[in-house]
Ligand binder design. Structure first.
Ligand code: ZN
Length: 267
């Protein structure tokens, strides 16, 4: 699943390509979007900005229209010059926003909605998003309080809860727990305030590092070797980079998601 850093980068790329440009063509296979475009056409509007919030991507158009999309497991946004060959087949296309220099194409985006600022504010799931560590107004104290308010959740699941902290996915949640020396199967209730603060700070650090990382690889170890980008994720049975014990993976009983961890370094 794309994590918050991936969506942040997608938004930044789209913003650089489209902001300030006038939409010359809008195309979609999604009926709800097509109906809005029919009633209040996208063509002629200006792309004001593209931004991310957690794992949501928001494309703001002039005239109080916002395209909200979520990639879930399979979706992606690409940018192309007019006439350039797409990297995905046309059958995967869901949305095209064309401007004179560039067009943005959404492939397999499962969630896409038009909103006004008012309807977006009412949309519950969006409002319930926790603070996004990549946002300029990120408030760590709120994120720490949100974590503390879920004492019965296992840490590995609490870190994925987008109402706690918006942006972490499966890879980084395992990496954050390792970096903090905490078992992802501990209940949040067993953690000290210092440990909670450390988790939030580490989550932010890893997300930020991966926004500036140019290789396209998600990386938490700070190492340059392509084999050593991650501490634990996907490394079941391989030796821990700190203590050499075999890395383990285990499903959380609550929802069957997997956490990777070192049984020695993480307690
Ligand atoms: Zn270890």
């Amino acid at each position: 699943m794309p994590e918050g850093d991936t969506i942040f980068r997608a938004a930044r790329t789209l913003h650089r390509a489209l902001a300030g440009q006038t939409v010359t063509r809008f195309e979609t296979v999604l009926p709800k979007l097509a109906r809005i475009d029919c009633d209040t056409p996208l063509a002629g509007r200006t792309v004001e900005s593209v931004a991310s919030r957690g794992k949501w991507l928001l494309m703001h158009f002039s005239g109080d229209l916002i395209l909200l999309s979520h990639m879930l497991m399979s979706g992606s946004w690409h940018i192309y010059r007019p006439g350039e060959k797409w990297q995905r087949h046309r059958t995967h296309m869901r949305i095209v926003v064309e401007t004179p220099p560039m067009l943005a194409v959404a492939f397999n985006v499962p969630v896409a909605e038009f909103h006004s600022a008012a309807s977006l504010a009412r949309r519950e799931a969006f409002n319930r998003l926790g603070p996004a560590p990549l946002a300029a107004d990120f408030d760590a104290a709120v994120a720490i309080a949100n974590l503390a308010a879920r004492p019965h959740l296992e840490l590995g699941l609490a870190l994925l809860d987008q109402t706690v902290l918006a942006g972490l996915g499966n890879v980084l949640k395992s990496e954050v727990a390792f970096a903090c020396g905490l078992s992802p199967f501990r209940k949040v209730a067993t953690l000290t305030p210092e440990q909670l603060a450390g988790l939030v700070a580490t989550a932010r650090q890893f997300l930020r590092a991966n926004v500036t990382e140019s290789s396209g690889h998600r990386r938490t170890t700070g190492r340059m070797d392509g084999e050593e980008f991650l501490w634990v994720y996907g490394r079941q049975g391989e030796p821990c980079r700190r203590c050499a014990a075999p890395i383990r993976s285990q499903k959380h009983t609550a929802d069957g998601r997997i956490s990777f961890f070192c049984p020695v370094c993480q307690t």
